[in-house]
Design a protein around this ligand. Sequence first.
Ligand SMILES: Nc1ncnc2c1ncn2[C@@H]1O[C@H](COP(=O)(O)OP(=O)(O)OP(=O)(O)O)[C@@H](O)[C@H]1O
Ligand SMILES: [Mg+2]
Length: 583
Amino acid sequence: MKRLFTLNKYFRRNKGRLSLGILFILISDFTQVFIPLVLKDSIDALHANANKDLIIRYAIIIFALAVVSGFFRYMIRQTIIVVSRKIEFDLRQDFWTHLLKLSHRYFQNTSTGDIMAHATNDIAAVRMYVGPAVMYSIDTTIKFLIVITIMLSINATLTATILLPLPILSFFVYKLSKKIHKKFTLIQEKFSDITTMAQENFSGIRIIKSYVREAFEIETFAKESSEYRKRNMDKIKIQALFMPLLFLITGTSIILLILVGGNMVINNQLTLGDIAAFLFFLGMLIWPTIAFGWVANIIQQADASLKRLQKIYDEEIEIKESKETDNSIKEIDGTIKFENVSFKYGDELPEVLSKVNIEIPKGSTLAIVGHTGVGKTSLVNLISRLFDTTSGNVLIDGKNIKLIPLDVLRKNIGMVPQETFLFSETLEKNILYGVENLDDKLLLNRVAEISQLNKDVSQFADKYNTVLGERGITLSGGQKQRTSLARALAINPKILILDDSFSAVDTKTEEEILINLKEFMKDRTSIIISHRISTVKDADNIIVLDNGVIAEQGKHNELLELGGIYYDIHYKQLLEEELQREG
Ligand SMILES: Nc1ncnc2c1ncn2[C@@H]1O[C@H](COP(=O)(O)OP(=O)(O)OP(=O)(O)O)[C@@H](O)[C@H]1O
Ligand SMILES: [Mg+2]
């Protein structure tokens, strides 16, 4: 439970409102407990000598007390529950901020469903603690103390007798809501399975249809769905016990009141008004009794949720600025150097790069070729620090990239990743994603022209306002790649990295783009990864990766003369082209 104290900083931010809330609880409770007392007096008065005026006066007093108490009850929600929503907002915002700082690796190893569950269920559970639980525990305790004090002052024996069953109620509520919560968690888990399944089905609909797996998917869905129903039934079975138990226990208290209290009235130890007041007080205590059990649960759940959230908070931000970061670095020039760089994805995983040395002078173009899976993408990911090297250093302008502020580094690298990702937004917003001025039409046109996207876009009715994704159109593979290229060009980067960025573009369009890019790349450092020799042949330097090391290096002609891997790839591709032409 110590963990819950970590929330104190959130409470402190809302101190004023919270204190006001507690004050309102006090006022509301005090006015409320007076009602049975007035009622008692009015019944006793009735018993003695009925007087119309007196009765009306009592009625007015009771009404006034009820109004005041009700008004402050309303105000309690306006303060404490509002605070809890504010704290929830702060919590979620802190969670999100932390999450986006976590490294690429974290998201590769954690499922989206898990993160979503934390963001929704766990934060909601904590809110239940900071809001309702805090409110009800204060309210309940105060009300209990006042009511019991008054009851004891009227008659101690009767009080003790009729309150006897109440702790049992608290205990049952505690046990039942614990069970219900467990069932509820199971239901939610199943529901998240179903959601994930539905999502995958929709995004994979083409595969499902082409492999004629509709019936299979429907059957799988039915299985999941009926499990969901079963878990709901389990919960209902327990929930159904709640009301009968409540009636049984409160009923017992009332019977005890009539039996024991009635006896006392017969013996003139109590008045009829006292019985009425006790009945009323008993009613007032039912809810606090339930709340005790309920709140105890909320606290436990919040604690468990906080533990899970804490685990994410404790997740180290792997790639971050350090003490050595030189904040005076505001821009970079673009000379890149790999010094004995080795890299692996995990301690148990094999080395992807071993002792790689490369120099890429500012403004030059380096091409990387090599068979699939040799580590080309891994190598360029090290430059923008999506991952850090396992040993060795990457330098830019002679400075270790770990010294360069991350935002300076990344803002200067235009990266066209191998797998295109576009947001469900307009084309324009996608292309200008990394740019401050989201309305720069001139820039938009320029980069779209270089990427040869203009022709395609002129066919769309909404031009650059065409919405992509789920609520919009789907671009072709090549269009997607060129949009991604335009996005990288738009940030006016010092370093441009193209990771197999033309794989879905035909060779003719690719050639045109490369000609356009020549001008753009004139004084920028570029790295082009490709499987096609035609894409890389003009580069200033070409390296061939194999088995994690640089197997060959040089210009196109030099590499051909070597007669190695590059030569092989080149001639196979020439042969393919010829075969295609003949075919
Ligand atoms: N996130 C990752 N975790 C673990 N291993 C990875 C990860 N990403 C890549 N690998 C492994 O690292 C090796 C190099 O992958 P990489 O993506 O760098 O190859 P590549 O040369 O870009 O291949 P391709 O030409 O197919 O794009 C592969 O064996 C791959 O399975
Ligand atoms: Mg790759």
